[in-house]
Design a protein around this ligand. Structure first.
Ligand code: PML
Length: 243
């Protein structure tokens, strides 16, 4: 199999990224698809790697969706949900505030995720500007999963986004992340989610106001075994079989 990754920047800021795990004969078609994804960019990096060993996850996290009238209500719901997964309220609040102000200490977004200690709220990612990127994850049969989601009433262009985020969150929990908080850095996209083994994949709207370019991911983790967790997130290749 091949891991094909695309990331695009505009004026030094990350604007788009995607990954596919594919058979070599799907390479050209998939490159064409990925390079069309960013709306505007001045730099694009395509990475192609051969992957020898693939693990499979039989079932993705279950999807739930909730809409709220305001960001404040949505955030309160996110905090309550995270509490069910054992994340203390003050740590969940710290995570929300981190994404609100921009997780990169130099300003703006990070390319990867924040790793937040569930007990202390301390940030544990070794590089605080880059963060940790979950890569090497995809659907075994992307077209079939898309078809099923369409049947459930989910429409383009959000489908691809949901597909990618759900695959990523499923791998994160599989690797040992306790829970995740995310919303997009796309100013036109205000749906975010919290995820966890018990919670499933809980889509929440609106996690920010329209027009805000700040977003990202916080992974709630235990300090013990952090090296093994990072190794899994960054290196283990995983295909998800079903919704
Ligand atoms: C992103 O754009 O990277 C994050 C998308 C989060 C929500 C995806 C969804 O479920 O609609």
């Amino acid at each position: 199999m091949l891991s094909l990754r695309m990331r695009a920047e505009l004026k030094g800021q990350h604007v788009s990224g995607a990954e596919r795990l594919i058979k070599p004969d799907a390479l050209q078609k998939t490159i064409k698809e990925l390079i069309k994804r960013p709306k505007a960019y001045d730099k694009m990096v395509i990475t192609l790697e051969r992957v020898e060993e693939i693990n499979t996850i039989p079932k993705a996290l279950t999807i739930y969706s909730y809409d709220f009238k305001s960001v404040e209500e949505a955030h309160n719901f996110a905090i309550k949900s995270l509490l069910k997964e054992g994340i203390p309220e003050d740590i969940a609040l710290e995570a929300l505030n981190t994404l609100k102000r921009g997780a990169n200490p130099k300003g703006g977004n990070m390319r990867g995720a924040v790793l937040m200690d569930i007990h202390t709220g301390e940030r544990l990612e070794p590089d605080k500007e880059r963060g940790i990127r979950t890569v090497r994850v995809d659907w075994k049969d992307r077209q079939e999963v898309k078809r099923v989601l369409r049947e459930r009433g989910l429409k383009k262009p959000y489908l691809e986004r949901l597909l990618d985020a759900l695959a990523l969150a499923t791998k994160n929990i599989h690797c040992g992340v306790i829970a995740e908080l995310c919303w997009s850095d796309d100013p036109d996209y205000v749906t975010g989610y919290v995820a966890g083994k018990n919670l499933g994949y809980v889509r929440i709207k609106p996690m920010k106001e329209y027009g805000v370019p700040l977003g990202g991911r916080v992974y709630f983790v235990r300090r013990e075994g952090i090296e093994k967790l990072i190794e899994c997130l960054q290196n283990r290749a995983v295909l998800i079989e079903n919704l």
